[in-house]
Design a binder for this molecule. Structure first.
Ligand code: C2O
Length: 345
């Protein structure tokens, strides 16, 4: 049927992903047999607070490094292994999955309104796995606070060559303390005031151009249809999200790996800091007092779902409706000032 329906990946129909130049790379997870439904953590759970990456306590940094280190060294066939986690992103982004019930349509979580919920759920399971590996149930991942002047550079914790948070496939000219340009298009030394431009840009992307669900989230994808890269994206996904991927990736590496390409982006630990801030933007947008926009109430969107392996190696189906409120997932973001809030375009 061509009628609207919730979107979901057909986990029994996963093939090597297709990347630029029609190259195929394998990134399907280990074969999924049984899928359990997601259950929220109990209401009584104390909220965990994700901190900004530029101001971690030594203990937070230690735990984060330790957990990523262990995750990288899990057996390669363990779905919780760091590189298998990176493959999850590849599978949902480079056409490994077909849409459940629509074998001719690709599952794509970018360029449409699945973008925020998919990445929220993905980070949620990633974080739970890390916490489990170091036996710290309150573990949280940090966010790269790129919308605040303090965070407008690559956070230093990711830049120590012997750290598990390091990735050598990055633009060497953008190591700390190079100022991050949220509207980066390849020019390292623009003639304008970059900080000022960043703040105005945030205001535009979060407020001026994001006053509808479609403006912020992007277009609802209709099951059986393909996402459209030109017309489907919401404000934040398009920019600064995409620009930051390109700013971090290595311009001398194939496809600007790692951060510059879908299939490899999540091999860089900085991916998760970047996406935690993207995720934070969603919760800030939901709470904007001067914004009237609310999330979609479209049932097909709310019932769309994704499948992830959890910390116990169980495959779990989580719906968009399960992801709308970070507090129901057991976490919030540490409050930091929003200098762009009143900086008009
Ligand atoms: Cu799934 Cu930043 O992309």
């Amino acid at each position: 049927p061509a009628s609207a329906a919730p979107l979901a990946p057909d986990v029994n129909n996963c093939e090597a992903a297709t990347i630029e130049g029609n190259e195929h790379i394998p990134c399907c997870p280990p074969k999924i047999h049984d899928i359990i439904d997601f259950i929220h953590p109990p209401h009584t759970t104390k909220l965990r607070i994700r901190p900004p990456a530029h101001s971690l306590t030594p203990k937070q940094q230690f735990n984060f490094e330790k957990a990523i280190h262990i995750m990288k060294r899990l057996p390669p066939n363990d779905p919780r292994n760091f590189y298998r986690q990176a493959d999850v992103h590849c599978a949902y982004c480079d056409y490994a999955y077909k849409q459940l019930g629509f074998p001719n349509a690709e599952m794509q979580v970018h360029w449409n309104a699945l973008f925020f919920p998919f990445h929220r759920a993905y980070l949620y399971f990633f974080e739970r796995i890390l916490g489990h590996l170091i036996n710290e149930p309150n573990f949280v991942i940090p966010f790269w606070n790129w919308d605040n002047t303090e965070g407008m550079q690559m956070p230093e914790i990711y830049d120590h060559p012997n750290s598990p948070l390091y990735d050598k496939l990055r633009n060497q000219r953008h190591r700390p303390h190079k100022l991050l340009n949220l509207n980066y298009h390849g020019d390292d030394n623009p003639s304008y005031d970059v900080v000022d431009s960043n703040l105005r840009w945030m205001h535009k992307q979060m407020i001026t151009d994001a006053n509808t669900a479609e403006g912020f989230h992007g277009k609802l994808l209709i099951a059986s249809h393909e996402a459209n890269e030109e017309t489907g994206m919401g404000t934040i996904e398009k920019s600064p999200h995409n620009n930051i991927h390109n700013w971090v990736g290595d311009p001398n590496a194939k496809n600007h790996m790692n951060m510059g390409a879908f299939y490899s982006a999540a091999r860089d630990p900085l991916f998760y800091g970047h996406h935690a801030n993207v995720d934070r933007m969603w919760s800030i947008w939901q709470g904007l007092k001067n914004g009237k926009a609310r999330d979609f109430d479209n049932p097909d969107w709310l019932n769309s779902s994704f499948v992830f392996y959890n910390e116990h190696k169980q495959a779990v189906r989580i719906k968009v409706r399960d992801c709308l409120d970070t507090r129901r997932l057991g976490y919030v973001y540490q409050y930091v000032d929003l200098p762009w809030l009143h900086t008009k375009q």
